[in-house]
Each structure stands twice: as structure tokens, then as C-alpha cells.
Design a binder for this molecule. Sequence first.
Ligand code: MG
Length: 207
Amino acid sequence: MNIRIGYGWDSHAFKPGVPLKIGGLAIEHTDGLAGHSDGDVLLHAITDALLGAVSAGDIGSFFPPGDPRWKNADSSIFLNVALEEIQHAGYRIVNVDTTLVLAAPKIGPIASDMRDRVADLLNLKPSDVGIKAKTPEGLNADHVAQAHAVVLLEKVEDPSELRSMADVVENQKQLEDVVKDLVSQVHGVEPRRIPVRHQPFDTEDIT
Ligand code: MG
């Protein structure tokens, strides 16, 4: 089988006076999303979808709760770790689809910008990224933002393409060293995959 699917979900509560960031996009709003990191609920869901697609654990297994390194961290760090994981497994993203569930702000007017930003972070064309939003009708959850994400991956058969993917990931962020350090820490303890796959996931998602 040369394709794999992944699914991710996340939620964060709104908090007054905090900058709002969704899909890597800074959004003007009275409230932001509370979290140990920048609270980017959409990037967290996509990160989990990517990790899940290659059975590499979840965001909490890479970024343990309470680790001071991730206080107010830019969630693109988490996304880059997930990109490295799928690349290491020999896959690339075919497309990503997402649904945000939140009462406010309205996502429609900024959905195109958000799609472009997420596509940029994932090195995809905007046409390979779906951004949808719904209000939480009947859920009594107006104080919370939720995000669902699904990803489709396909096996990369050409090794040179994998190398060029690595270059993109490495050039993408100035936080490259942090990411590499983290991945090597996760995989340096025991043979890769086994500790990640079998360690119990922490149910407290502080990211
Ligand atoms: Mg989260």
C-alpha cells in the first residue's frame, strides 16, 4: 500500500488578552487561544494527523507537558517535526483537509489567507489544502476553538525527491536546529519508532 491517511483533532479555550493565531496566521480578535505554546489549534490538529498517518505517536509524545522549551512556542516547530517524521518514513503529503469549529471570529473572510499560510508551512500548493469553518451550533462551546484535520500521504519512490523535501524543511525555519535536536533526542534514546509507538500517550495536551 503506497498511501496512508491520518486524522488529528485539537481544542483550545479562548482567553482574553492573548494574541490569536490559527493556521500560522495572526488574527485580530479580542481573545486568543490559551495553551502552553501559542495555542494554534489548527496546526496542532494537522501535526497530529501527520504523525498519525505514519504511526509516529502524537504531539504530546514529542513535546511532553510542562517542558519549558515549548512555552509560547511557535506551533510551526511542531509541524516541522511531523514533516520530518513523514519524510523519514518515506512519504509526502498529497492533500490536507481541515474543519475549524468556533463561534468567532469569522473565518470565511480570512480562509484564503489561512489556506495560503498552511500551504506554505507544509510546502504544498494552496489547492492541496482545505480550510473550512463551522460554528458550534448546539454544542454550548462558544468559548472553545476546535480543529479537525485529515491528511493523505503517498510513498515517495524517487530518493532524490526525498532529499529535496529535506532541503525544503531545513530551509523553511530558523528553528531547524531546535527541531533536529528534538528529533535526535526522541530517537536517540532507543531505536526509532519503537519507543514512540509503544510509549503511553500523555492525555494532557498542554500544547
Ligand atoms: Mg493543542
